[in-house]
Every structure is written in structure tokens, then in C-alpha cells.
Design a protein around this ligand. Sequence first.
Ligand SMILES: NC(=O)c1ccc[n+]([C@@H]2O[C@H](COP(=O)([O-])OP(=O)(O)OC[C@H]3O[C@@H](n4cnc5c(N)ncnc54)[C@H](OP(=O)(O)O)[C@@H]3O)[C@@H](O)[C@H]2O)c1
Length: 342
Amino acid sequence: MTAVNTLKDKKTFNVALVGATGAVGEEMLKILEERNFPIKTLKLLASARSKGKKYSFRGQSHGVEELTEQSFKGIDIVLSSAGGSISKKFMPAAVREGAVVIDNTSAYRMDPEVPLVVPEINPEDIFKHKGIIANPNCSTIIMLVPLFPIYRKAGIKSVKVATYQSVSGAGAKAMHELERQSREFLDGKPVTREILPHQIAFNLFSHNSQVKENGYNEEENKMANETRKIFHDEDIRVAATCVRVPIYRAHSEAIYAELKKPLKVSEARELLSKADGVKLVDDRDKNYFPMPIEASGKDDILVGRLREDISADNSLALFVSGDQLRKGAALNAIQIAERLIR
Ligand SMILES: NC(=O)c1ccc[n+]([C@@H]2O[C@H](COP(=O)([O-])OP(=O)(O)OC[C@H]3O[C@@H](n4cnc5c(N)ncnc54)[C@H](OP(=O)(O)O)[C@@H]3O)[C@@H](O)[C@H]2O)c1
């Protein structure tokens, strides 16, 4: 990595979307339009399979081009979501051309040279970039945005979390798999598998990432390691159990946080009612709490079920639902880009 482009002197930007045809890429396109991102030119890049596919952006048709190392001439900002190996292969070329890359994959997240940023938490890290800024894992973002106000006020020693992750977290094809399997199941036909390792319709299973030597799968290890990096806190301990559930969109998480200092549930509720990026949904009388169906398509992470963790001292329990394609991926990346050009 060489060029450090601060993008300071420009008012409009040449933007390339890498992985434009994917679940995250399509969401990026929507959000760039919704937030009126100052785009001069837009380049949509994907594999050769998608060459020529058309997308409408601000009323104009844009054709998808095949990603190559030559794709980045004149590009200011690359929003990349085509998978880790594609980022490793192509993003150095983008940086050599002087672009700033905001990368949604896991390729660079734990690289000490690359900032890992959630704008509500560590926006100052954006400006330490050397060409690449990494967007954290979706489950990590959805956990940390609501935990951060609590962390700032009372400190957090450790977190135990169980996730309920939607199929869109595994990409556009996994969404089609849930739909197809549900039809097959209801029609009494054999359920077929193509993308996910087990039947997802009317079932759930441990997250479909590789189980590592410590017994935790990659997703669970990402939540632990990325939390330490984003909070700049080597002491915080996170134990996660990540589960894939038959939900189209939005991840939910049951979180138990062990605090350093006492914090009343009422104080936590007050903090979260004012925090950026979250919306309190916490009505005990109506038994109404965060649900993925209501988090889908929303920017805010819904947070509720606030209560004392009665199994431990100074410990708080909460439940969150957040749209992992938006705040867990595309929105977070575009918020980073907005800060970068501000
Ligand atoms: N889904 C989520 O909720 C989420 C959240 C956070 C981060 N992420 C990360 O974002 C990345 C993309 O996820 P996704 O869910 O959007 O996946 P996806 O729906 O499977 O889309 C993958 C995208 O990458 C493109 N691609 C694949 N191989 C390529 C190649 N050889 N050259 C150029 N482009 C290629 C695909 O293009 P074609 O259509 O041409 O194949 C498509 O646009 C992954 O690294 C994922 O871990 C995903």
C-alpha cells in the first residue's frame, strides 16, 4: 500500500462498486442513491458472469463491467464486497491507482496497517488509513453499536453473545436457497441443497464458517478479535455462539455484558434512548421487543429486552436486531466514505 488519498480537494467522486451484483453490492447502490452521495461517475464491477447486466442509478442505466486490475484508473473511492480472495487479489491495484478502498470482506480487517471502523465508535481511525479501510463483520457491528454507549459509561469486561443470523448474510444465492427449500418442504418434495451446508428451511444450524482449533468457528472468532480492535481494548473478552436461522434478512443477538462498574437498567435504557445508530424497542407490558422483520430495511439497530443478568454481578442482558446488509455492511461502508470526504 502506498498512496494516501485524503480526497480533501474534491466535491464529487469517481466511485467503483466491486461486487455490485451481490447482496451487499445491490444494497450499496440503493444507499448511495438514497443518501445522495456526491458521485461524479459510477463504475459497477463484478465477475465476467455479470458483464452487461444493467442497473438503474439516479434514473440512468449502468452496465456491469468485468473486474480486472485495470478497472481502477481515475477512481477515487472503491466500495468492495466481492469476497476476501477477490479483495486480496484486486484491491492493491486500486490503491496503486490512488483510490481509497472501503472493504467489506474479511481480507484486511485484522491487518494492523488497516483501520477497522464503525463510525459511531472509532471515526478517528478512518484518517489513519494507508489506502484501505476495513468494514467490520456484520455481527460485530450489530453487537458493538448498542454496546458502545454502555462500554463508555460503565466499561465492559466480557461479553457472551448468541446470534440468530439471517441467510442473506451468506449472500444473494443463500436467500434463494431458503425460498426454494421452503417451497420444496411445503410441497412435500425432497429438500435440495446448493449453497448452505444443511437444510435451512424449517431448521437452524451452527454458523456455516470453518470451526477453528479453539472450537469456535470463524464468525465467532471474528466477533471476539474485531471487538478488541475497534474498541482499542486488548482486555475485553467475547465468547460467541453464531447460528444461522431461516430468516431472510437482519441478524439478531442475545447479549450478556459483564460491566466494570455498576449500571442500573434504567440508566442503560436512558443511554440507549439517546445513542446514535440505535432505536430502543423495549415494551415489557406489550411483550414487544426487537424483531428482524422490523429491523429489515432500517438504518438503526433495534435494541431491547434490557434487564439485569441475574446469573452474574454487574451484568446486563439485552437483545438486538439489525439489518446486516445495511448497518452490518453497505450503510456502515458508505458512512465511512461520507466521513472521509467531509
Ligand atoms: N451478506 C452480508 O450480510 C454481508 C455482510 C458483511 C460483509 N459481507 C461480505 O461482503 C462480501 C460479499 O457478500 P455478499 O453477501 O454480497 O455476497 P454475494 O451476494 O454472493 O455477492 C458476491 C459478489 O461478488 C462478485 N464476485 C464473485 N466472484 C467474483 C470475481 N471473480 N470477480 C469479480 N466479482 C466477483 C459477484 O459477482 P457475480 O454476480 O458476477 O458472481 C457478486 O457481485 C463477502 O466478503 C461477505 O463476507 C457480507
